[in-house]
Design a protein around this ligand. Structure first.
Ligand SMILES: NC(=O)c1ccc[n+]([C@@H]2O[C@H](COP(=O)([O-])OP(=O)(O)OC[C@H]3O[C@@H](n4cnc5c(N)ncnc54)[C@H](O)[C@@H]3O)[C@@H](O)[C@H]2O)c1
Ligand SMILES: CC(C)[C@H](C(=O)O)[C@@H](O)C(=O)O
Ligand SMILES: [Mg+2]
Length: 357
C-alpha cells in the first residue's frame, strides 16, 4: 500500500472533461490495488486568469511542488488565439510551470494500438508495428530565449538558444531509454542552418561515444517530418529540441490515429507532470466528444514513472486496449467501418475503461 498525493490541474476547454476521466482512473487503481491516493485541484490557464489575473497563480505552483505528481489537462482559449496583442495568455501558465518545475524532458510515446490501424490516414501496412518514443526538450530553445519587438514594433524576434548542459541532460535520458529498447536513436536538428542545432549535434556526438551500443542517426528536421509519414517503423527513440518536438509529435499523433490518443510525461528533478499532448480543443469543448484516452494514458505514465507502479500502469493500458478491442470508439478514432452504436462520448467511454480496470 502506497500513500501518494496527486494534484489535478484540468485547465481549460476539453482539459476539464478529459482530466475528470483520468482522475477516475487513478481512483479506480487506488481502490483495486489498495493504495491511498489523496487529491487536490488547482487552476492554470484561462480559468486561472479569470479567477486571479495570473495564468499560473503562486498557489498552484506551491501545490504542484508539494505533490507527488501532477495530472494536467490543457490550456488555451480562442479569445487569446485571435488576439495577438493580449499580454496575459493561458499558455504562459504552462510554460512557466515547465520552467519552474524544471521539467526539461518531455516523453511522448507514439504507440499505435493494433485496433486503430484503420483509424489513421496512413496505410496499415506502413503503420503496423510502429512504436516511437520521443524525447522533446522542454525548457529551452526559442520558447524561452529573448523575445521582443524593435524598429517601433515593426520587427519581432525570438531567440533560439541552447547550452551544452541543456542538450547533454536530455540527450542522456534519450540514450538511456534507447539502451532499453532497440538501441537506435535519431537525433533531429537543423544543423545545416542553425548554430543552436550545431551545438546540439556536437553534444549528441560526444554522448554517443559513451553509448557505443546505441546506433545514432542524425537527421534534419525537414527530412524527419517526411520520413515519419513515409516509414514510421524506421524510428525507435527520437531526441529533439523543444520547437521541433512540438511540431513533430503532433504530426506523429496521426501514426497513433488521433491527438486524443497521445499521452506525455514531463519530467525533471522534482515533481513530474503528466499531460495529453493535445490542447483545449474549443471546437469540441462542452459537447462531450473529447477522447479521454490521452489523459487516461497520461495517468498510466504517472503511475509508472513517478510512482514506479508497473502493474498498475499496465492495468490502465490494458483496459484501454480492451475497450478498443470491444470496438468502442470516440468520434476522432472512428472510421467508416465503425458501428455507429459503438461511438461513445467522453464519459461513456471513460466508464467502459473503468469497468475493465
Ligand atoms: N498542452 C496544452 O495545454 C496545449 C497543447 C496544444 C494546444 N494548446 C492550446 O489549445 C488551443 C487549441 O489549439 P489547437 O486547436 O491548435 O490544438 P488542439 O490540440 O486543441 O486541437 C487540434 C484538433 O484536434 C482535435 N482534438 C484535440 N484533442 C482531442 C481529443 N482529446 N479528442 C478529440 N479530438 C481532439 C481538436 O478538436 C482539434 O480539431 C490553443 O489555445 C492552443 O494554444 C494547448
Ligand atoms: C500550448 C503550447 C505552449 C504547448 C507547447 O508548444 O509546448 C503545446 O503545443 C504542447 O505541445 O504542449
Ligand atoms: Mg503542441
Amino acid at each position: 500500500m502506497a500513500k501518494k498525493h496527486i494534484l489535478i490541474v484540468p485547465g481549460d476547454g476539453i482539459g476539464q472533461e478529459v482530466t475528470e476521466v483520468g482522475k477516475k482512473v487513478l481512483e479506480k487503481i487506488a481502490a483495486k490495488f489498495g493504495h491511498d491516493f489523496t487529491y487536490d485541484e488547482a487552476l492554470i490557464g484561462h480559468v486561472a486568469i479569470e479567477a486571479t489575473g495570473d495564468a499560473l497563480p503562486a498557489e498552484t505552483l506551491v501545490k504542484m511542488k508539494a505533490s507527488d505528481a501532477v495530472l494536467f489537462g490543457a490550456v488555451g482559449h480562442p479569445k487569446y488565439d485571435n488576439d495577438p496583442s493580449a499580454k496575459v495568455r493561458p499558455e504562459q501558465g504552462l510554460l512557466k510551470m515547465r520552467k519552474e518545475l524544471g521539467l526539461y524532458a518531455n516523453l511522448r510515446p507514439i504507440k499505435l494500438f493494433d485496433e486503430l490501424l484503420s483509424a489513421s490516414s496512413i496505410k496499415p501496412e506502413i503503420l503496423k508495428g510502429a512504436d516511437i518514443l520521443f524525447f522533446r526538450e522542454l525548457t529551452g530553445d526559442i520558447y524561452f530565449g529573448e523575445k521582443g519587438r524593435k524598429n517601433n514594433g515593426d520587427t519581432a524576434y525570438d531567440v533560439a538558444e541552447y547550452s551544452r548542459y541543456e542538450v547533454e541532460r536530455i540527450g542522456r535520458k534519450a540514450f538511456e531509454a534507447a539502451r532499453t529498447r532497440k538501441k537506435h536513436l535519431v537525433s533531429v536538428d537543423k544543423a545545416n542552418v542553425l548554430e543552436s542545432s550545431r551545438l546540439w549535434r556536437e553534444e549528441i556526438q560526444k554522448l554517443a561515444l559513451e553509448y557505443p551500443d546505441v546506433t545514432v542517426e542524425y537527421q534534419f528536421v525537414d527530412a524527419t517530418a517526411m520520413l515519419l509519414i513515409k516509414d514510421p517503423k524506421r524510428f525507435d527513440v527520437v531526441v529533439t529540441a523543444n520547437l521541433f518536438g512540438d511540431i513533430l509529435t503532433d504530426e506523429a499523433s496521426q501514426i497513433a490515429g488521433s491527438m486524443g490518443m497521445l499521452a506525455s510525461a514531463s519530467i525533471g528533478d522534482g515533481t513530474g507532470v503528466y499531460e495529453p499532448i493535445h490542447g483545449s480543443a474549443h471546437d469540441i469543448t462542452g459537447k462531450g466528444l473529447a477522447n479521454p484516452m490521452a489523459s487516461v494514458l497520461s495517468a498510466a505514465l504517472l503511475l509508472d514513472i513517478s510512482f514506479g507502479m508497473k502493474a498498475e500502469s499496465e492495468a490502465v493500458i490494458n483496459a484501454v486496449d480492451q475497450v478498443l478491442k470491444k470496438g468502442y470508439r470516440t468520434g476522432d478514432i472512428a472510421d467508416a467501418s465503425t458501428d455507429k452504436s459503438l461511438i461513445l462520448g467522453t464519459d461513456a467511454i471513460g466508464e467502459e475503461i473503468l469497468k475493465l480496470i
